[in-house]
Structure formats: C-alpha cells, structure tokens
Design a protein around this ligand. Structure first.
Ligand SMILES: NC(=O)c1ccc[n+]([C@@H]2O[C@H](COP(=O)([O-])OP(=O)(O)OC[C@H]3O[C@@H](n4cnc5c(N)ncnc54)[C@H](OP(=O)(O)O)[C@@H]3O)[C@@H](O)[C@H]2O)c1
Length: 249
C-alpha cells in the first residue's frame, strides 16, 4: 500500500474515524476531510503509523466551491490521489409529510451531489495522470429497503448505487474501479440515540443476529476493495449487514 494516497471524506466520526486508523495501519498516505477540523486533528495525532503522511483538510461536501478548492489543492500538492472514499453522509429522520424542501436539498447535497462532484473531479485527475485508481462509495442497506422516517436517506443511498454503477461503466476504460459498500446498521453518532430507545431495541431484536454492529465490522470489506487482487471487481455493491436485510428491517 505504500506510496498510495487516499482521500477519505467524513473522517471525523464513526465509520470514517475507524477507517482512518485502519488505512494508516495499512500504510496509505491519508488526506482526511470533514467540516470539523478539531476532530480531524485529534484523529491525526492518534494515528500510530508514523511512516505515512497524514494531511487534514476542511471540506463541506455541500459546498461546490469548497470541493473545487480541495481538488485544486490535491492537483497542486499531490498531482492526483489513488483512492477516493466517499463516506461523508447524514440522515434526516422524519415522516415525508413533515419534511420540506430544505431537508430535501440538504440531504441530497450531502449524500449525492457532494460525492458526485468529488468523484468527478478526482476521476479527472486520475485520468490526466494515468492513475488506475479506485473510488469507494459508502451507501447503505436502506438503498434497497425502506423503513419509516428514512425516506430521503433511502433515496440518496439508492442514487449513490446508480452513481457507482454508472461511473464504473464509463470509467472502466481508464482503469478506474468504482464500487460501493452497503453497510447495515453500525453504532455511530448517526444512530446511537435511536438504538437506546424502545423502538431501537425492538428493531435489532428482529434481526437474525439480534445485535447492532460496530464500524470495525466493515474493515475487512474495505481491505478487500483496496487490495490490488480485487481489481476484477468494479460496479459492485458489497452488502455488509450481519444479515439485517434478510428479514424486514
Ligand atoms: N452508521 C450506520 O449504521 C450506517 C449504515 C449504513 C451507511 N452509513 C453511512 O456511513 C457514512 C458514515 O456515517 P457514520 O455512521 O459514521 O455517521 P457519523 O458518525 O454521523 O459521521 C458522519 C460523517 O460525515 C461527515 N459529514 C456530514 N456532513 C458533512 C458535510 N456537509 N461535509 C463534510 N462532511 C460531512 C461528518 O463530519 P463533520 O460533521 O465533521 O463534517 C462525519 O465525519 C455515511 O455516509 C452513512 O450514511 C452508516
């Protein structure tokens, strides 16, 4: 993995935080991005592998100007990167009848428009530098399943799957592999309050293994996609959900 550089969005929390440490251990050079620079600084200092470079960068994926700045920064300072992980994401928990246009725009600009702009900008750098890179999008099992109060989230995560497949198709000729991981529920800031409620407990009690996972349960799948030996895998959606989607979620 040495000499390869990864841009990871949403690195400040939950899955992204877990990925940061793991990717550092694997020997990748890291560009860790999110809005919260304080958290990123703390993550940078906790990364134990001191033989890699770790750069932290402020990025709001809803802000197209900010995305362009980050892409320009990478162009000037790195030429390109080898891997983009589109991990930043939010949910807005509410019934459809109680949501408005602001909710719609906020979640789509975070979960779809931002990843699309980033992937597009980074792919252009990869193509111009002839780098056969990888793009990994973090979707969700809610891309293909629905539960109450998660309609917009499900819609955005479905869009991310189609984005993954379309990019894989169009960029295969450049040697860029694009895949998605669809995690089941893992405990992070996004949902930890919910899984302490009666409804949350009821929910995971229905699942085959009757438990909510942790972000580290995604690491082996991430590792697989990063490995050169998985270069025959593109346009794929890898579900990692402890069997949660086998029954009614
Ligand atoms: N937890 C689950 O059960 C689960 C299941 C399936 C999929 N996922 C997906 O996994 C990804 C990570 O979620 P998580 O569970 O780790 O949640 P989390 O702990 O809430 O982390 C979300 C991350 O996204 C970043 N983010 C949010 N809005 C952003 C913006 N506008 N610009 C830049 N970064 C932004 C946050 O950073 P800042 O606030 O610092 O910007 C944070 O680092 C998301 O795409 C989520 O949909 C999660």
């Amino acid at each position: 993995m040495s000499n390869k550089t990864i841009l990871l969005t949403g690195a400040s929390s939950g899955i992204g935080r877990e990925f940061s440490q793991f990717l550092g251990d694997l020997g990748f050079n890291l560009i860790l991005a999110s809005r919260n620079i304080g958290e990123l600084k703390e993550i940078k200092s906790s990364i134990t592998n001191k033989n890699i470079s770790v750069h932290i960068i402020k990025l709001d994926v809803t802000d197209s100007k900010n995305i362009n700045e980050v892409i320009n920064y990478i162009d000037i300072n790195y030429g390109s990167i080898d891997i983009l992980i589109n991990n930043a994401g939010i949910t807005i928990e509410n019934f459809i009848l109680d949501m408005n246009l602001n909710d719609f725009d906020r979640i789509f600009s975070t979960n779809v428009r931002g990843p699309w702009l980033l992937a597009n900008g980074i792919a252009k750098l990869m193509i111009s530098k002839k780098i056969e890179g990888k793009i990994i999008n973090i979707s969700s099992i809610l891309a293909e399943n629905v539960i109450p109060k998660q309609s917009l989230y499900s819609m955005t995560k479905s869009a991310l799957l189609q984005m993954t497949k379309s990019m894989a198709l169009e960029w295969a000729r450049y040697g860029i592999n694009v895949n998605a991981i669809s995690p089941g529920f893992v405990l992070t800031n996004m949902n930890k309050e919910f899984f302490n409620t009666e409804n949350g407990i009821k929910m995971f009690s229905r699942w085959p293994k009757k438990r909510v996972g942790n972000p580290d349960m995604l690491l082996s799948t991430l590792n697989y996609l990063l490995d050169d030996r998985s270069k025959y895998v593109t346009g794929s959606i890898l579900t990692v959900d402890d069997g949660q989607s086998l029954k009614r979620i």
